[in-house]
Design a protein around this ligand. Sequence first.
Ligand SMILES: Cc1ncc(C[n+]2csc(CCOP(=O)(O)OP(=O)(O)O)c2C)c(N)n1
Ligand SMILES: [Mg+2]
Length: 296
Amino acid sequence: MDQKALKHYEKCWFIRSFEAAIARAAAAGKVPGLVHLSTGSEVADVLLAHHLDWRRDKVTGSHRSHGIALACGTEPLDVAKEILGKKGGLSDGLGGTQHLIATSGETSFLMSNGIVGAQVPLAAGAALSAKSRGSDGIGVAVFGDGAANQGAVFETMNLAVVLKLPMLFVMYNNGMAQSTSVAQATESDFSDRARSFGLNTWKTDSNDYPDCARTLHQGAASARRSEPGFVEVKVTRDHGHYYADGEDFDASPAIENFEKYLLTQGFNSKLLRVAKKSGVQKAAAIVAEAMEAADA
Ligand SMILES: Cc1ncc(C[n+]2csc(CCOP(=O)(O)OP(=O)(O)O)c2C)c(N)n1
Ligand SMILES: [Mg+2]
């Protein structure tokens, strides 16, 4: 049995439960600003993080980055406190939910940014830094289908190829940019566009755990050879653009498919229940601790 897959399953539920607790905090008026939950990309977040090493790789993310920050190993209590806008958060609560900045700790997460697309050139900076220092690290930008139409993203694709940067572009396609669908906003194929800049390209679906794992591995390996890569990952947006109360956190298509896959790999449902419970309870306890500290 692939024990790391079970760990990934537990981590998916950890992230989802963390987001559910943050949603409860938001509903209680405890979170400054709008909270964009990362529910629906848990499998992608966990698999991307799996291919990275906090000592040398750096990831930048969008306004919707709680999941990738947690998956990359950022201290969850510090993330929760940051989202609540409190002292002890990643940047003592000054950044909040959309500006998670991890300058220390054992995490491959660097930062997130509320300006759509702005995190992409920043990952190129991380890639250039890694290349200049000869660290063998890569810079990874995680962005959405909406951000994919930003000029800064195209400029960065061009620059990454021209400078042969160890960089990976990971586009989470959840079909929507706020209230505009991909069909309304984009005529061409995202991969075709990236390929025209000279990037190696792949497409995968987070509903297919093994395919998603293989594809992200190929993308990261390409970046590490200084052949910039672009991976389009199909994910879902399980909740609204930003959180509004009264929503359900039990079901997620990608996690349900992951669960079915694990059942074909020799894991039984009891093992999965234990892993899920462990992830859910750990996250709930961490956010509760952050809430208590925030109230104090
Ligand atoms: C430069 C800029 N333009 C517009 C916005 C408002 N805005 C915030 S999120 C968002 C949609 C982004 O869609 P996508 O990149 O697909 O990410 P998703 O929300 O689907 O994860 C928009 C338009 C912004 N924050 N920054
Ligand atoms: Mg989107």
